[in-house]
Write a protein that binds this ligand. Structure first.
Ligand code: MLT
Length: 263
């Protein structure tokens, strides 16, 4: 794992392969290892960058609030340090929220967008309340309680019934996250801006991906984004929940591979 100081925090990242760069932005409350299969699949033809958001994985949390605009600033700074002028940006769920925040500030650094299992809308008041409660739960009961709460929501029914090893992998990722990273990211997501207004302004090729069993950001959220982004296409991944890249790796990688080959 490489390390670099970005906006005052040490960020752990991978930068492997060569060719057209693609950056993968991880979901909450996971870390960059969720992209291991994509790193393997895309390194032969691409320069692949993954990193842990500050407060997750091996990246330092720093003292700032974990907001989507700060995540966007960190990504811009990282690309600058790596001397990457433009990249394909692929974000899943919270990674997608951050990708949209990144587009708002730094669209000139993006040549293609991949928005997976995510939504453009801000949280409802009820969803915000749920996030503040979960932040309290993380601080009072620790990461195992967050894993218990999140795993049934993150994974689709097919995976929950037939792939216990995936649930184990996700549990390890969540349990190794830091309590403060989890709590601060929940607050950052609750406070995030609505990105719906941004969608008609997106003019780069955009692939939207959704698992048909996704309970957290159901496929109708993907349909809505598809309607508003003129340059977008939508792929629904069957038998996948929210973590479509892990639950149905082959279909997920095929969709991205086809999209990238057309750029
Ligand atoms: C994620 O997968 O990043 C989160 O579940 C997103 C969310 O809670 O909105």
């Amino acid at each position: 794992m490489k390390r670099i100081k970005i906006n005052g925090s040490e960020i752990a990242y991978r930068d492997v392969g060569a060719g057209q760069p693609i950056v993968f932005l991880h979901a909450f409350p996971l870390n960059q290892s969720m992209w291991d299969e994509q790193v393997t699949a895309f390194t032969p033809n691409h320069r692949v960058i993954t990193f842990d958001w500050r407060g997750f994985g091996e990246s330092e949390i720093g003292s700032s609030d974990l907001t989507m605009p700060l995540f966007a600033d960190d990504l811009a700074e990282l690309l600058g340090e790596l001397q990457i002028d433009r990249a394909a940006i692929c974000g899943l769920s919270m990674g997608g929220y951050a990708a949209l925040a990144f587009h708002r500030k730094y669209s000139h650094l993006i040549n293609a967008l991949i928005l997976c299992d995510t939504r453009a809308a801000a949280d409802t008041e009820e969803a915000k309340r749920g996030r503040y409660e979960m932040a309290d739960l993380a601080r009072s009961d620790g990461t195992a309680a967050i894993a218990d709460r999140m795993i049934p929501r993150l994974l689709g029914e097919t995976t929950l019934q037939s792939s216990p090893s995936i649930a184990d992998r996700i549990r390890k990722m969540i349990e190794s996250a830091s309590v403060e990273g989890i709590a601060k990211a929940l607050i950052g997501m609750a406070q995030r801006e609505d990105s719906t207004d941004l969608l008609p302004l997106i003019s780069c090729p955009t692939l939207i991906i959704a698992g048909n069993e996704d309970k957290l950001t159901p496929p109708n959220e993907a349909e809505k984004m598809k309607q508003h982004i003129k340059t977008s296409e939508l792929t629904i991944i069957t038998a996948a929940g929210h973590l479509s890249n892990i639950e149905q790796t082959v279909m997920f990688n095929q969709a991205i591979g086809k999209f990238l080959s057309q750029l």
